[in-house]
Design a protein around this ligand. Structure first.
Ligand code: FEO
Length: 387
């Protein structure tokens, strides 16, 4: 339990046993499910935690109450990593009332069989809740990350409870050697990335507020240099280019496509490319690859023709990008095929509906192993990507 401000305490938990967050994301640094308590004339608890940590969370909560009982449970987001202990809380504190959006109560019934019709306050954009000294104002944040989401602004302490926004992978008792941005970016593009427009709309509302502290549902409380985090979120939610350079994603069966990729990497570096990020889609973390595709403005895709289509890891990667609203990038293509190469055509076909995406004219076409002509194509592709 730590103080966020004099009256706001952190009562969340760390998870080091989770194999995959939301059934798909590796979390080598663990995961934090954040919850907070605001102590005032009335006491508000901000969200619960994952189902495996109900007892620990209730113990944290009890320890912060000094014998009092909570008046409100604010449910900002109904995804079970935050909502799983609502029933436990409501049983333990029978006088407490839930504050949530109308959509959240519908989800509550669907998930947990109760919508607490006689123990609730339905909140929406602009609803205010006074706790005594503290006044909470709710901000609609649909699709960041689900449609029912509300964020909460504590007008008194100037604290924004931001739900999933500004969250990251990683437990809070484990130092992240890469700092905040890497796992926050992987989290954002994996989980919220498709809804950039909605996230941008919330950022615009937030810009009108005087925010001193951001309390997300995952990752650390942010209480200094907030413009750094807000600027990154502004870039991410508008699909802007964060890092100057080229990201190269490949699959390779016998090593020939991989060889082409490394030759391209060398050429790009020789020609002054500030950063070349190369990922093997069969071996590297897919979510890390997805965040890199959003991070850089220029992307090269290299794969083999496979079953008259493309290699499965590349297909998964491209489908994930299109599902997440990937756009606004320059794309170079390298294909390999021993008898009927179609990979470049298939990749282009998958990406052609991505907004504002352009393709390099030079395509590298490998017919099994590299030829001198391929070397010239790689050189020309490097020039074009750096234009
Ligand atoms: Fe952390 Fe969308 O739940």
């Amino acid at each position: 339990m730590t103080h966020v401000t004099k009256d706001i305490l952190y009562i969340g938990v760390n998870d080091h046993d989770l194999d995959l967050f939301e059934g798909q994301y590796i979390v080598p640094l663990g995961m934090a499910y954040n919850s907070y308590i605001i102590l005032d004339d009335k006491i508000a608890v901000m969200d619960t935690v994952d189902r495996h940590f109900g007892s620990q969370w209730l113990a944290n909560l009890e320890a912060s109450l000094s014998g009092r009982t909570p008046d409100y449970l604010v449910v900002q987001h109904m995804e079970p990593d935050h909502s799983a202990n609502i029933s436990l809380f409501m049983q333990k504190y029978p006088a407490a009332v839930i504050v949530a959006s109308s959509k959240a109560f519908t989800m509550m019934k669907n998930f947990y069989g109760d919508e607490y019709a006689d123990r609730r306050i339905v909140a929406a954009e602009g609803t205010e809740l006074s706790l005594g000294t503290h006044c909470l104002k709710f901000i609609g944040a649909p699709m960041v990350h689900w449609p029912e989401v509300l964020m909460t602004y504590d007008i008194t302490d100037k604290v924004l409870f931001s739900a999933d926004a500004f969250g990251k992978f990683g437990a809070l008792d484990t130092e992240d050697p890469e700092g905040w941005a890497c796992e926050a970016r992987r989290y954002y593009f994996g989980i919220v990335g498709k809804y950039g427009a909605q996230a941008q709309a919330v950022l615009k509302k937030a810009a009108a507020l005087d925010i001193q502290v951001i309390c997300p549902l995952h990752g650390p409380v942010l209480n200094e240099n907030l413009s750094y985090y807000l600027d990154l979120y502004n870039t991410w939610t508008t699909y802007g280019v964060e890092t100057d350079g080229v990201a190269v994603f490949y699959t390779s069966v016998y090593g020939n496509t991989e060889k082409a990729v490394h030759l391209l990497e060398e050429k790009l570096k020789e020609k002054g490319c500030p950063k070349v990020a190369v990922s093997d889609l069969a071996r590297d973390d897919m979510a890390e690859c997805v965040e890199d595709a959003f991070r850089y403005g220029k992307v090269v895709l290299a794969t083999t023709t496979y079953n008259a289509d493309i290699f499965p890891f590349m297909r998964t990667f491209l489908m994930t990008l299109t599902e997440h609203g990937w756009r606004g990038r320059k794309v170079g293509l390298i294909e390999n095929g021993s008898w009927a190469p179609t990979a470049a055509k298939v990749m282009k076909g998958i990406l052609e509906n991505c907004k504002d995406t352009s393709f390099a004219e030079t395509q590298v076409k490998i017919l099994s192993a590299l030829t001198d002509e391929n070397l010239s194509q790689i050189d020309a592709l490097a020039d074009e990507m750096l234009k």
